[in-house]
Design a protein. Structure first.
Length: 330
């Protein structure tokens, strides 16, 4: 049934009154919107009762009107996530594949930085200049244990310089060129290092035999070595500084004393070469002539009274009779 066939068929809506009502409603809405959008002033009393009442009534209404908008946005996001999950999963997989090499590289750089920090924290007493080098090749066999380092004479490295890593002594330099040097490990058969036992200060010779644990030979003193004793460089002969850590003593299966090297705790790919020449470089001439010896003044000249007193004492000693020794009675 059409609207004109019902009970409202005789209802007439005047257009002029309808337009007037619409205009009035629009004006009132505009006024309310202007009031609602008015900027706050600096004074605290600008928030009047009318504004407070309008805000109190508009708050719940705006919340109800905004709920469909929020629901529609959430539903749209859910639908988009559901239908585009496959493409999003593919994108994330590709991104993960791109990031995996960077993750591995970051882990490797973290390990290298940790080793650098440990090596840079090494200090000798007295201080000795050092040069950081990297092992670029390795010669390993039943009789030869050596490494090539990427630091040479251009950086102050000389033959005989000891090389250490973050754990202890690794070896010593036996050959140097402009940018490369050869390091002989402690385990080489031609390696001989004078050492001492930290507990008893007993001297010995650390000799490599190609195995992973060099031998302790020519140990001075009975019972001077016990299992677990720390072995250090002795500095005898002036070729190495004193006190560099080497390892701990242990009994071999053949009954000889051997050393478990501290340097075996980590890789020997980064080392620090001690630019050590002799013990003369550790002491400067200024420190040898430092006070109080060099600072003492010369003795003052004696006064006249002191000269007379000294002369009288010398004359009395000269006049004193010399006692004759008496032999045993016959």
């Amino acid at each position: 049934m059409a609207f004109r066939d019902g009970p409202f068929e005789s209802l007439k809506v005047p257009l002029a009154w309808t337009a007037a009502v619409v205009v009035v409603v629009a004006i009132i809405a505009s006024i309310l919107m202007i009031v609602a959008d008015r900027r706050h002033e600096a004074a605290g009393d600008s928030y009047g009762a009318a504004r407070a009442g309008f805000d109190a009534g508009a708050g719940p209404v705006n919340g109800v009107l905004a709920w469909p908008v929020r629901w529609t946005g959430a539903a749209t996001d859910y639908i988009k996530g559901y239908f585009f999950a496959v493409s999003e999963n593919r994108r994330l997989r590709a991104q993960l594949a791109e990031l995996e090499p960077w993750r591995d590289q970051a882990i490797a750089l973290k390990n290298v930085n940790a080793r650098y920090e440990a090596m840079l924290g090494l200090r000798t007493e007295p201080p000795v200049a050092m040069a950081t080098a990297r092992s670029i090749s390795e010669s390993r066999g039943p009789f030869v244990n050596a490494r090539l380092l990427d630091a040479g004479a251009s950086r102050g490295v000389r033959a005989g310089n000891p090389a250490i890593n973050e754990h202890g002594l690794v070896g010593r330099v036996i050959g140097v060129s402009g940018g490369v040097s050869r390091m002989l490990l402690l385990t080489d058969v031609s390696s001989r290092i004078p050492v001492l036992v930290d507990r008893t200060d007993a001297r010995a010779m650390l000799s490599g035999d190609g195995s992973g644990n060099p031998r302790l030979e020519f140990v001075r003193g009975v019972g001077a070595v016990q299992p677990g004793d720390r072995i250090l460089t002795s500095g005898d002969g002036g070729g190495l500084p004193r006190g560099l850590p080497i390892g701990v003593a242990a009994r071999g299966i053949d009954g000889s004393w051997r050393v478990k090297l501290f340097s075996d705790r980590g890789a020997i790919d980064y080392v620090r070469v001690l630019l050590f020449q002799d013990f003369g470089q550790l002491v400067t001439p200024e420190s040898l002539n430092a006070p109080p010896l060099a600072g003492l003044p010369t003795a003052p000249a004696p006064s006249a009274e002191a000269v007379v007193a000294i002369g009288d004492a010398a004359a009395r000693r000269a006049r004193a009779p010399t006692p004759t020794p008496t032999g045993p009675a016959e």
